[in-house]
Write a protein that binds this ligand. Structure first.
Ligand code: GLA
Length: 422
């Protein structure tokens, strides 16, 4: 186990700086376009431009347990947010996006509060989070672009970390992974108001190509498990449902509160001391076994999801290490089923996508990605079935949800490295 705390003690630098030439052809073209736009829109000099590549993440196992300090898995995929930026010595932050209209502009000395649904919230949140711990005086001019549809792939943590890294870089700060995880959490919990855990930013920061990351959110110990040689060919399919909604307006925070209530009651029923902020990880294994059924039905379901999901993560890691894609995939599908039945978070279009994927040949397993209220479903697949999977989804989903047919997209992804400065 590598602990984030020991990383801190060892003074380990956080971000690998890599060369533009190591980008894929696709990302190189995206980067060149961003640099050209940064010059055109802000008059930036090419030699001053730096680029952050901040990947999206998927979490095959360990869903909805990070906010209860459970165990999670995560990996970065080869789709990302790219942010090209130059320092702005006046202390202003000026940003434009190739995905969203308008310019975001503010002064670091006076960062405005969040505005409902505004894409600039994550940049403002990053500035507020950094300012509360460090002295930052230099702003940035930047142009960014993401190449996946929003929902479940952690575009929020992806942009949040990109802004953090850019601001840290222009202010000469070297911030460690552990601290960047906490800073990004401040953006989400403090500035945006989403009571989520540390799965997203940890996956993006700690990921390594061809590795599955395991993180214990209680101890913050993590491990990277390389793809074993005996593992057969695999890749991930990411299917976008067309449903996009702001997570703060979904049932996300309500589910977090329900889990906490289940934790509080289980601890009380077992006569155990109540911590200030009880979470399900505080509940001992045997208390789940003995007391779960005494909870009101809804709270019992939330606790059941937590308890079984933590086990699936441990079993999944074992299966991964054996190279057993079938078992790993089955656990993913069971995790998806528990999200629907116990955590009760799928919207009908996402449930339909889940059902389509799990009943398609060549799919080892599937589940919603992320919070599960909107966005994308992921599947672990045998690449030999890629075309068949694509055709089945393109055929079935529009018949069930014609209103989302024009938005539907099917993308095949591979595992990739985490956050990088270029
Ligand atoms: C979202 C949240 C994460 C995590 C997942 C579900 O992505 O941001 O913290 O709770 O949902 O596992």
């Amino acid at each position: 186990m590598i602990s984030l705390t020991s990383q801190l003690e060892a003074g380990k630098a956080v971000f690998d700086v890599i060369d533009l030439r190591s980008l894929s052809e696709r990302d190189l073209r995206r980067a060149e376009r961003l640099v050209a736009e940064l010059r055109r829109r802000f008059g930036a000099k090419e030699e001053d431009v730096r680029i952050v590549k901040s990947p999206y993440r998927i979490a095959p196992l360990g869903a909805h347990v990070d906010h209860q300090l459970g165990r999670v898995t995560g990996m970065a995929i080869d789709r990302s947010t790219l942010l090209a930026f130059v320092p702005n010595p006046s202390g202003r932050v000026r940003l434009e996006s190739l995905n969203f209209p308008g310019r975001v502009e503010f002064d670091l000395r006076e960062v405005p509060p969040p505005q409902n649904g505004d894409w600039g919230n994550y940049a403002r949140g990053a500035a507020v989070a950094l300012k509360s711990h460090y002295r930052i005086e230099v702003g940035i001019d930047g142009v960014l672009e993401g190449n996946m549809p929003i929902g479940g792939l952690s575009s929020s943590a992806s942009v949040g970390l990109a802004y953090l890294l850019a601001l840290e870089h222009v202010n000469g700060l070297k911030v460690l992974a552990k601290d960047n995880i906490a800073l990004d959490k401040d953006i989400e919990n403090g500035y945006i108001g989403l009571n989520n855990g540390i799965l997203d930013q940890s996956s993006i920061l700690l990921a390594r190509r061809e590795n599955l990351m395991y993180l214990d959110c209680l101890t913050e110990d993590y491990q990277l498990h390389a793809v074993p040689e005996v593992m057969g060919e695999f890749e991930f399919v990411v299917v976008y449902s067309g449903v996009t909604k702001n997570l703060v307006g979904t049932g996300y925070n309500q589910r977090v509160a329900e889990c906490q209530e289940a934790a509080r009651r289980l601890l009380q029923m077992a006569g155990l001391p109540l911590p200030e902020r009880p979470v399900l990880r505080h509940v001992p294994e045997d208390v789940f076994e003995q007391k779960l059924d005494e909870l009101p039905e809804m709270l019992a379901k939330r606790a059941r999801h937590f308890h079984t999901e933590n086990r699936r993560v441990l079993e999944g890691i074992e299966a991964w290490r054996r190279g057993d894609l079938h078992t790993f995939g089955r656990l993913m599908s069971e995790s998806g089923r528990s999200s629907i039945e116990n955590y009760e978070c799928g919207s009908p279009p996402l449930i339909a996508l889940y059902e389509i994927l799990v009943s398609t040949d060549g799919v080892f397993g599937a589940r919603f990605s992320g919070a599960g209220f909107r966005g994308n479903c992921i599947g672990l697949i045998d690449p030999a079935f890629r075309e068949a999977v694509r055709l089945r989804v393109l055929d079935e989903y529009p018949r069930r949800f014609p209103e989302y047919a024009s938005q539907l997209s099917v993308t095949f992804c591979k595992m990739d490295d985490g956050l990088r400065l270029l």
